[in-house]
Design a protein around this ligand. Structure first.
Ligand code: ADP
Length: 264
């Protein structure tokens, strides 16, 4: 073949090689950024509760321990701080596993109605503290069988309901519904009439550590991991998650699941 063609091929090959290498380096750079970002966020999230716990312990050591009027109160607060740390570490563990794809889903058929009732029972007290009513259309007396990892789906529903309580108004309502969607799909909706989310935040809601109010002014604990965990779990199931929200009106988070026909 003429030399020129060879030269052309060679140049193309070199170009391609250089491009591949560049892509490789770019990917490494992005990963490195991601890692730094992740570590930065983790230490930031852990710092606040750690300093809080440290503060109470120091106050107790400083003499408050002997003061029967306050010692129990401070110990309880320190314990709450530790509890919060445990939640954050558990969420971090889960998100890490989900992000490296290290989490095996144990899919089986289960009754989604039963699961919703369980989650309601677990969160009843939390909702009652804010006088929030959890409602579920009891017309669904019959079981609806879906295919999924029931523990993970329970986590999804719990995170969504906990959020609806955290960001809900006193005396508000959260409603859960299950509807048939096209073909073998159901859609589960969690709707609240709480504070809602303004439009500009919606595209970033499912990012890990993303919180609308970063100032921490609000008295609602959270690490900004809840929704990213939800999204990972639903996507690992091959399903979809949606959000619709309006500030001062409320929010609706919904996700799909595969429905299995009832067997006798
Ligand atoms: P966290 O609740 O720990 O901050 P999430 O990932 O669960 O983290 O949620 C991210 C953010 O989305 C929250 O900080 C909150 O601002 C907003 N958000 C989530 N759910 C709701 C809801 N039901 N109503 C209003 N805002 C919400």
């Amino acid at each position: 073949r003429p030399v020129t063609t060879d030269m052309k091929t060679l140049t193309e090959e070199i170009g391609k090689f250089a491009k591949d290498k560049k892509v490789e380096i770019d990917t490494l750079k992005i990963r490195e950024e991601y890692r730094k970002d992740f570590l930065g966020n983790v230490s930031h999230e852990l710092k606040t509760p750690l300093f809080t716990v440290q503060g109470y312990i120091l106050t107790l050591l400083d003499g408050a321990l002997k003061d029967n009027k306050v010692n129990e109160k401070y110990l309880k607060r320190a314990s709450k701080g530790v509890e919060r740390l445990i939640y954050i570490v558990k969420d971090l563990d889960l998100i890490t596993k989900l992000e490296v794809g290290d989490l095996n889903l144990e899919k089986e058929e289960f009754d989604i109605i039963e699961l919703i009732k369980n989650v309601f029972e677990l969160l009843e007290m939390k909702a009652a503290k804010k006088h929030i009513t959890l409602t579920f259309d009891m017309a669904y007396a019959n079981p609806i069988y879906v295919l999924g990892d029931d523990e993970k789906i329970q986590q999804v529903l719990t995170n969504l309901l906990v959020n609806s309580i955290k960001y809900g108004h006193e005396n508000g309502t959260t409603e859960v519904s299950v509807e048939n969607l096209i073909k073998n799909k159901v859609i589960i909706r969690v709707t609240d009439n709480g504070e809602g989310i303004s439009r500009e935040h919606i595209p970033r809601l499912f990012e890990r550590f993303y919180r609308v109010d970063k100032t921490g002014n609000r008295d609602v604990g959270g690490s900004g991991l809840g929704l990213s965990i939800v999204k990972h779990i639903i996507e690992a199931h091959g399903e979809k998650i949606y959000v619709e929200s309006e500030e001062d009106v409320g929010s609706e988070f919904s996700f799909t699941l595969e429905k299995v026909s009832k067997r006798d």
